[in-house]
Design a binder for this molecule. Structure first.
Ligand code: NAP
Length: 255
């Protein structure tokens, strides 16, 4: 691991779930980590024990992004090796006909525009390192659809398109581009989706064994630790109990 000891990474959405697991994993592997999220207290609880830096960040707010970049520069992340665009959410399960447009807008602002803001903000710094890498958190929702998932799947399809476009636009430059696309991962994701309704959130994982955040952090760490000439274009990772977004094996029903 000696060669990654001086390598720098920014992780968005580091206060919970996959982002928190990624902060812990990369810091433990020897990366210099700067993480951002809105809930700074929670973020600090994740970062401090592993020696990672924490700073407030709302990826949807350009002023907050600019402030975060200033902090990054001050803390020595001006030459960046890895940007993990992880901050994201699904909000509700509206049909297309019944769409609550404010929720759809918020998903687009967070998942698509947030990824765009951070990528644009750090691309020059990724180039400046001479060995940069952007990892975007997509989802199986980036290439599948399901009833009630229109807003989220549309936003993750957009993340996938943005990621593939960036890969083409950066061809010939020292910046790799990867999409990590998980299936069901038990995090705060479903609690957020159902606006704090924990019973409804728990029902998503009932009778099956979902991925945990560490499983996805492992994929990110693996992609980032390949030699610089190796670009892992995409990783699709699901629980063994899940074959498609809606095809899930539940023991209480099937066994
Ligand atoms: P999570 O546990 O809800 O964590 C989401 C993280 O995003 C939190 O740290 C949250 O921090 C941060 N965040 C939300 N809005 C933000 C904003 N405006 N600015 C900065 N940070 C923000 O969800 P997760 O499962 O870890 O999801 C992480 C990523 O994986 C998302 O992109 C999600 O779409 C994707 N994904 C998840 C699953 C799954 O089943 N869990 C499956 C496929 C893909 P604050 O609230 O403190 O800001």
């Amino acid at each position: 691991m000696e060669e990654i000891r001086s390598r720098t990474v920014v992780v968005t959405g580091g206060s919970a779930g996959i982002g928190a697991a990624t902060v812990r994993r990369l810091a433990t592997d020897g990366w210099s980590v700067l993480a951002g999220a809105r809930r700074l207290d929670l973020l600090r609880e994740v970062c401090e024990p592993v020696g990672a830096a924490a700073a407030g960040l709302d990826v949807t707010d350009e002023a907050s992004v600019a402030e975060f970049v200033d902090v990054a520069d001050r803390l020595g992340f001006g030459k960046l090796n890895l940007l993990v665009n992880n901050a994201g959410a699904a909000l509700g399960v509206d049909s297309v006909e019944g769409a609550q447009e404010d929720l759809w807008r918020r998903m687009f602002e967070l998942n698509v525009m947030g990824t765009l803001h951070l990528t644009r903000a750090f691309l020059g710094r990724l180039r400046a390192s001479g060995d940069g890498h952007v990892v975007n958190l997509g989802s199986v929702a980036g290439f599948e659809t399901y009833p009630g998932g229109g807003g989220y799947t549309a936003s993750k399809h957009a993340v996938r398109a943005l990621t593939k476009t960036l890969r083409r636009e950066l061809l010939g430059e020292p910046v790799r581009v990867t999409e990590v696309a998980p299936g069901l991962v038990e995090t705060e994701f479903s609690v957020v989706r159902f606006d704090g309704d924990r019973d409804r959130a728990d029902s998503i994982y009932r009778g099956m064994t979902p991925l945990v955040a560490d499983d996805v952090a492992d994929c990110i760490a693996w992609a980032a630790s390949r030699p610089s000439h190796v670009n892992i274009d995409e990783i699709v990772v699901r629980p063994r109990d899940q074959a498609t977004a809606t095809s899930v094996h539940r023991r209480e029903e099937n066994d």
